[in-house]
Design a protein around this ligand. Structure first.
Ligand SMILES: NC(=O)c1ccc[n+]([C@@H]2O[C@H](COP(=O)([O-])OP(=O)(O)OC[C@H]3O[C@@H](n4cnc5c(N)ncnc54)[C@H](OP(=O)(O)O)[C@@H]3O)[C@@H](O)[C@H]2O)c1
Length: 338
């Protein structure tokens, strides 16, 4: 399509009210309008798949690290899509691109916001769920560069059955570590054992977390990879081995009350165990994306990364998908097929 007199109808998800706690479907509205014609330097992209990431919740606050979404503003989201009209030399019509498409079915933005998908033969869900910035790359830099996992070490992962978690578990296993995954519910723990290949699981909703960590790691853990925060972080701090590393990837249990975060009370264990706690965002590693992406693609092509997906159908279900992320409704990477 390059006919700007015949632009498609586009649906977008906007913020109606700032969530009070976890996001709910009623916090959002769906608006339908004709897609904007691209100006010079812009492209019109048909959105195919969007990732549902916990960072989106933080943008619904009035002040936010990733930028605040205004009331009536379109919800930010990363994803993949196809260029259908190009007014830029960077892309031609039919090119597959990735970037900040936002929660909408068509996006018109400067071409410079997007990167060309270099392996268009790989489906968009694998692109996002395995090779994406907020999935594969986050897991890669978190467990390899920040965690510096080594053979025979014991790695405890919270949010283990989620998008980042399942990849962290597998990347750690590939280095010869022993991996214990924490997740909510027996079903998720079974997926971790049978599909992801971890060595042990802790169902934090029904099991004694401290007792189970001690069973798996009587001498303590070498790495805690934290996606969740809150009390799980304290249990991990209380079970560190000497020279342990605590990797702060995220704290999804805290995002819905960002002004009153529950911090760890056992941080002095870091001193007692000559351990360190280090946070990161994947963007700190931007200059190494290319190398890491290549490695992840190789591992994927060799069948060494098994990633369950949870896909919601249709842009209308974007708010429901975001709600599910905060109620544990997903196993593996949560995405919306637009
Ligand atoms: N540092 C970075 O650059 C970076 C990049 C991407 C993501 N992250 C972080 O990585 C973490 C995982 O993100 P993701 O996109 O892969 O999400 P995800 O793990 O696929 O999904 C969220 C999962 O978190 C658990 N959860 C939700 N609310 C919880 C609560 N109150 N207490 C305990 N567990 C809760 C649920 O699993 P259960 O059913 O098991 O509870 C839910 O399924 C997030 O903290 C995110 O912010 C960081």
């Amino acid at each position: 399509m390059s006919d700007i007199s015949n632009l498609p109808n586009s649906k977008k998800i906007i913020l109606k009210t700032r969530p009070n706690g976890d996001p709910e479907v009623s916090d959002f509205d769906i608006i339908e309008e004709i897609a904007k014609a691209p100006d010079d330097g812009e492209v019109l992209v048909e959105v195919q798949a969007l990732e549902i990431g916990a960072w989106i919740r933080t943008t619904l606050n009035e002040t936010a690290f990733h930028g605040s979404t205004p009331i009536d503003g379109t919800i930010p989201a990363l994803g993949n899509g196809k260029v259908i009209i190009s007014k830029s030399e960077k892309f031609k019509e039919g090119d597959m691109v990735t970037g900040p498409l936002m929660a909408q079915s068509y996006t018109t933005m400067p071409a410079d916001f997007f990167t060309k998908v270099t392996n268009p033969e790989i489906d968009p869900f694998t692109q996002i769920g395995v090779l994406g910035v907020t999935t594969g790359l986050t897991a890669y830099f978190g467990i390899y560069d920040v965690g510096q996992v080594k053979e025979d070490e014991i790695v405890l992962v919270s949010g283990a059955a989620g998008g980042v978690g399942v990849l962290v578990c597998q990347l750690a296993k590939l280095k010869g570590a022993k991996v214990i995954g924490i997740a909510g519910g027996r079903e998720k723990c079974d997926v971790l054992i049978n599909e992801v290949g971890v060595d042990g699981t802790i169902d934090y909703k029904s099991e004694d977390i401290d007792k189970k960590i001690k069973e798996f790691a009587p001498e303590g853990i070498d790495i805690f990879f934290d996606n969740v925060g809150g009390e799980i972080l304290d249990f991990a701090l209380d079970n560190l081995r000497d020279r342990a590393r605590v990797v702060i990837c995220g704290a999804i249990s805290q995002y819905s009350h960002h002004d009153e975060v529950d911090g760890p009370s056992l941080y002095l264990r870091l001193a007692e165990k000559y351990a360190r706690m280090e946070g990161f965002t994947v963007m700190h590693f931007e200059e190494h994306y290319e190398k890491a992406s290549k490695e992840l693609l190789d591992l994927h092509n060799q069948g060494k990364l098994k990633v369950p997906f949870h896909i919601e159908e249709g842009i209308d279900n974007f708010p429901l998908a975001l709600q599910k992320l905060f109620t544990g409704g997903n196993t593996g990477k949560l995405m919306v097929k637009v």
